[in-house]
Design a protein around this ligand. Structure first.
Ligand code: PLP
Length: 372
């Protein structure tokens, strides 16, 4: 074990930053000296590079992943594509932000169960949820795993639905034919929350799309609704990616594939070596379609397993202990029963994974789990 005092952190962010520390210091000091702190060259460069990396025509920086999602749906409202009360099909086992972006815009989330193996929205159940008010399917590449399927693409095409991707957790993830998540639908939201595969040193987000009108509307909404200086077409918001974060992300983007390669190595090691009948490793994907943002295992004695690992110096987290439909903020849905989602919430445990965890640390995690 190499972690200080023999403990294995879930994700040691100081070590992640240190990995590219010299380059980050240079980038930050360049911005500090430039005197330009918002909407400058770093943003321009980042938007161009990120769009090229993802494979879309446009990338628009904004303040967070939640804002990226909110701005996409708000833009569709302004464009007349969606209106209050319209429905969006979304996986029930997502992080709350995906759902907040819908309800904030007066849209109705229609919660779809995930598959127990993929942990992603179950495409076999989607068609039954479509009504005349359905306008979009929002897939979430949860845990860094591809959620897109040919069938979902087909359902959207046949029913004239928008396909939105929540790519907060899956930067660099690809389909079998090499298309990146974030380029598979009509628009995608990305988060640069520090713990993400490509994390900033603060908040940040971006919207990617090929749709010129959507890109223009999102950019305007993120800048108070302005179309030209001091002229406001929409009642917008202030949602900017600041120059320091953009400069840091310009560094991080260069190393994303290398960081993901390390995550994959750890992920594969866990898959090949964890051997305990009470610990399940739900996996259905080929290696290119998983960038291992998280490594979820399922265990009916989850809390006991977490305590045992903690007692042996291994930090784990739960993603997520209470699904959106059971949260207090959505008390009107608390009575809904979604057994697969609820089972995942009760049994999921995320093992340490990231760009700085060593093979010895991974081996220690495996050793402990196999002895549980
Ligand atoms: C699936 C998912 N969607 C959206 C978000 C929101 O991103 P942010 O924290 O940047 O607002 C996150 C991360 O926090 C997430 O994991």
């Amino acid at each position: 074990m190499t972690e200080q005092q023999g403990r294995i952190s879930f994700l040691n962010l100081a070590r992640v930053t240190e990995k590219y520390g010299a380059e980050i210091d240079l980038a930050v000091s360049r911005v500090v000296k430039s005197g330009r702190y918002l909407l400058g060259e770093e943003n321009e460069r980042f938007e161009a590079e990120f769009a090229r990396y993802i494979g879309t025509r446009h990338a628009i920086g904004c303040a967070s992943g939640l804002d990226a999602l909110m701005l996409i749906f708000r833009a569709y409202m302004e464009m007349g594509v969606m209106k209050p009360g319209d429905e969006v099909i979304v996986p029930a086992n997502t992080f709350i932000a995906t759902i907040l972006a819908l309800t904030e815009n007066g849209l109705k989330p229609v919660l779809a169960e995930p598959g127990m193996e993929s942990l992603q929205i179950d495409d076999a159940q989607i068609e039954d949820l479509i009504t005349e008010r359905t306008r979009a399917i929002c897939i979430v590449h949860l845990y860094g795993r591809l959620a897109y399927t040919e069938r979902i693409g087909e359902i959207c095409r046949i029913n004239g639905l928008k396909l939105i991707e929540d790519n907060a957790q899956a930067h660099g993830c690809m389909t079998g034919d090499g298309c990146k998540t974030g380029s598979l639908g009509d628009a995608a939201a990305h988060s640069f929350y520090p713990g993400k595969n490509m994390g900033a040193l603060g908040d940040g987000g971006v919207v990617t799309t090929d749709d010129e009108e959507l890109a223009r509307t999102v950019r305007s909404l993120a800048n108070y609704g302005s179309t030209e200086k001091y002229m406001f077409r929409y009642c917008g918001r202030n949602s900017r990616l600041d120059e320091i974060q953009a400069a840091i992300l310009n560094v991080k983007l260069k190393h994303l594939d290398e960081d993901n390669a390390h995550r994959k190595e750890i992920g594969r090691y866990y898959i090949n070596h964890i051997d305990n009948a009470s610990v399940l490793l739900p996996q259905t994907l080929p290696p290119e379609s998983n960038v291992f943002h998280l490594f979820p295992v399922l265990c009916t004695r989850r809390d006991e397993l977490q305590e045992y690992l903690a007692g042996n110096g291994v930090e784990t987290l739960i993603h997520y202990p209470l699904p959106p439909h059971k949260q207090e903020c959505y008390r009107e849905w608390n009575g809904i029963s979604l057994p697969v989602t609820e089972r995942i919430a009760a049994e999921e445990l995320s093992l340490p994974i990231g760009p700085v965890i060593s093979m010895e640390e991974a081996a220690e995690v495996v050793r402990l789990i196999n002895m549980f």
